[in-house]
Design a protein around this ligand. Structure first.
Ligand code: ADP
Ligand code: MG
Length: 730
């Protein structure tokens, strides 16, 4: 008999266990039982091929409609091409030098075919798929008979080494002799209350359902289990935070904030006023604020943050602004100093002319030793009321005189762990207030799940006079003349005195990509992916000849990057060819056009972020999405969505619907056990709501979870994973 913690090595033996470990990091019985089928195939039902996505590993049920063999064109050997169909659409299976398969793959047979989808000559194909054919009476292959024995055939996430039916067989073996007394994360009373089945039954129902209803009930149970786990973590965190104390930071008359407001060159929008009031109210409390401000790119979050920082400076504390990249930290430093005017001073505390002025320190990893030392000195002495930097601020030897507020810009790059590290820079009895800013708007349920320990403010309007960004698709494969027109448009824009970004997915071309007749990277339809280096040469010598062009990417030295951004901001450069280093926060009001090459390579939210870099001044922004994708592809539909709307909330829905659920929590929480496997934060709103209430009740009576040990253990694992991933990234 074995339990959930037994290793598969003991239960299955070395070979399968090793393959599963290698392919999916599945080590224990529980890992395997939590590797849920992606779909279920019904014997009589063929897989709809139009839904298959390029690059995805799929298992399809299909009929063989033709088999042809031909010699390879450019090298020795032969190619076996098998066309399979779902009755409407078809795809090609290709086998190189495997003629013997001709005897198995006969026209008219039906089977499951498993492999990675690629595109060649505009046709979807699977290269060297593994397969099982539905057994014919004349040929009772036991593996095939077993694979089709069930009314609903589970189709597992699989790889070329571990097929769906290998996993199915492993699951069978694991169920055999499984200890029936396994511990459940969901407490008994909640199981009863929600009318869930016990854990083993749920596992059986999800792996070997007799009916679709079995799948539904098991899925609901596992979704709830995930939701409950996260909500308990968040409830615990909220309880911990509520117990912390902070120095209240009340606004003082006659200080930097008042001076700043008096000299502000514009009027705050109503939204900005509201958000600032929420922040000020929070900071007057004796426990730390934890607030997320979300608002479209350009909605004016920075001004809100700056006002909060000045209020803290007025009350004798320091405020730190944490940016995700060096470029962004430097840019914040410059623009904030410009906005502060004479509030930012170089004078020491002793010979300061104005009561309202303070030093502004920049601290990033690339600073020279001397500059770093002097920044550190200003930070530890309290001379710098405002500190701007990257995660270098998080390092242990950086000490604050009195850290009162931490502002984190663009939360999606910062995990909970980083926030905690910064908070730990203040004594336990005076935790800093924390303000997080994000331009990626989040649907409510996602907010509840991912940022469940933060209060949320939303800036929904853009400052007046901001022109909307028009976004158009440039389908370069079908309409190459559109791409020519794109470069003309860039020249026209530069002639008008405006500036342009060209964004590429890569820095340099990847030489290791070899090509042969079967090369399947979808980008191969066009050659390789656009990259900064090649684009620079190509544009400089070709369509943008004579313009002032510069490169900007992550492998450049920070000083060099900074230099380029400065020259670009000063209009000394017409066109910057960049990677996504310009994604967040970069602010050059005179930039009016952005061309995004191979736009399909970027996520929806990322594209939305990127295009927010243009149209920031008075000039209307234009964003051109260049793509070589096929017209009816999923990638293309994503791009169409980006062209169709500039509503960030709408786009983040589109984005989430198309991503795997596991990605929802972002990289910081995508560990093996902790990722959301079943829970769909958009679909499962009700589940999340009820789990949230249940979690609060659990934590209210059992904060340390000593009466909920399986849950305690699960949470430990989830957090352990989160920590591991954090360390990986650091
Ligand atoms: P976000 O950080 O939300 O993307 P910023 O705070 O960087 O936006 O603001 C974008 C630009 O708009 C900045 O140049 C800023 O000075 C300007 N701005 C902010 N608030 C207003 C306002 N109420 N009226 C006019 N311009 C504003
Ligand atoms: Mg910003």
């Amino acid at each position: 008999m074995h339990g959930l913690n037994s290793t598969l090595k003991e239960v299955l033996g070395g070979r399968t266990a090793t393959a599963l470990a290698k392919a999916f990091d599945i080590i224990t019985v529980e890992d395997l039982l939590r590797h849920f089928p992606r779909r279920y195939a019904e014997r009589g039902e063929l897989t709809d091929m139009s839904s298959l996505q390029v690059d995805e590993h799929v298992t399809v049920m299909a009929d063989i409609v033709s088999v042809t063999k031909r010699p390879m064109r450019q090298r020795k050997g032969s190619l076996l091409e098998v066309v399979v169909s779902d009755g409407k659409n078809s795809m090609k299976l290709t086998f190189f030098n495997q003629d013997f398969r001709e005897n198995q793959l006969k026209v008219g047979r039906r089977g499951l075919f498993s492999g990675k989808v690629s595109v060649f000559n505009n046709t979807r194909q699977l290269q060297h798929p593994v397969y099982v054919l539905i057994p014919s009476d004349s040929e009772p292959d036991p593996e095939a008979v077993a694979a089709f024995a069930r009314p609903l055939i589970p189709v597992y996430p699989a790889t070329s080494t571990v097929s769906s039916w290998v996993i199915e067989k492993a699951v069978d073996i694991v169920f055999d002799g499984l200890d029936p007394l396994i511990k459940d994360v969901i407490p008994d009373d909640l199981i009863a209350q929600h009318k869930f089945s016990d854990l083993i039954t749920a596992f059986k129902n999800i792996h070997h359902p007799a009916t679709r209803a079995d799948i539904k009930s098991a899925t609901a149970r596992f979704a709830y289990e995930e939701a409950l786990t996260y909500q308990v973590i968040l409830a615990q965190r909220r309880a911990d935070l509520a117990a912390e104390s902070a120095t209240p930071r009340a606004r003082k008359p006659g200080g930097a904030l008042e001076h700043f407001d008096r000299n502000l060159p514009f009027t705050l929008t109503a939204g900005q006023v509201n958000v600032c009031e929420e922040i000020f109210t929070d900071m007057e409390q004796a426990h730390p604020m934890h607030r997320l401000v979300q608002g479209e790119v350009g909605s004016g979050k920075t001004v809100c943050a700056l006002r909060a920082m000045l209020a803290v400076v007025d009350s004798g504390g320091q405020a730190a602004l944490l940016a995700p990249t060096e470029v962004l930290a430097q840019q914040h430093y410059r623009s904030i100093r410009a906005m502060l005017g004479d509030i930012a001073t170089e004078e020491s505390i002793f010979d300061k002319q104005n009561s309202y002025s303070t030093k502004v320190a920049l601290l990033t990893g690339s600073l020279k030793t001397a500059a770093k030392r002097s920044a550190n000195l200003d930070i530890v002495s309290g001379a710098a009321g405002i500190v701007i930097g990257t995660h270098a601020i998080l390092q242990q030897h950086v000490d604050f005189h009195e850290l009162g507020l931490v502002v984190v810009d663009e939360q999606h790059r910062f995990g909970v762990e980083q926030r905690a590290a910064l908070a730990a820079k203040a004594p336990e009895d005076t935790r800093p207030h924390v303000l997080v800013m994000t331009a990626t708007p989040i649907p409510r349920t996602v907010a509840m799940t991912v940022f469940g320990d933060l209060d949320i403010s939303t800036l929904s309007e853009l400052p007046a006079g901001r022109s909307p960004i028009a976004t158009h698709l440039v389908p370069a494969a079908e309409k190459p003349q559109f791409l020519e027109r794109t470069w003309q448009r860039v020249r026209e824009e530069v002639a008008k005195g405006h500036q342009v970004y060209v964004v590429c997915p890569r820095i340099a071309s990847n030489e290791s990509e070899d090509s042969d007749e079967l090369l399947s990277d979808p980008a191969d339809l066009t050659g390789t992916l656009s990259n900064v280096e090649d684009m620079f040469v190509k544009l400089q010598q070709g369509p943008l000849f004579g313009l002032r062009i510069a490169k900007l990417h992550g492998q450049m030295h920070p000083d060099e990057k900074d230099e380029v951004m400065k020259s670009f901001a000063a209009c000394l450069i017409d066109v910057v060819i960049a990677t996504t280093v310009i994604e967040v926060g970069v602010d050059v009001p005179n930039a009016s056009v952005m061309v995004i090459m191979d736009a399909d390579r970027f996520g929806v939210s990322q594209l939305h972020q990127l295009r927010g870099r243009v149209g920031r001044g008075g000039v209307p922004g234009l964003c051109l999405l260049v793509t070589y994708t096929l017209e009816d592809s999923t990638a293309r539909r994503r791009l169409d969505a980006v062209c169709a709307t500039t509503d960030g909330f709408e786009l983040s829905r589109v984005d989430l619907e198309q991503r795997r659920e596991g990605d929802v929590l972002g990289a910081s929480q995508s560990g093996r056990r902790s990722s959301l496997k079943i829970l769909n934060v958009l679909r499962d709103e009700e589940i999340i709501e009820s789990a949230r209430l249940d979690a609060m009740e659990i934590i209210a009576v059992d904060h340390k979870l000593d009466n909920h040990l399986p849950m305690k253990k699960r949470i430990f694992e989830v957090l352990e994973d989160e920590r591991a991933t954090y360390l990986d990234k650091a």
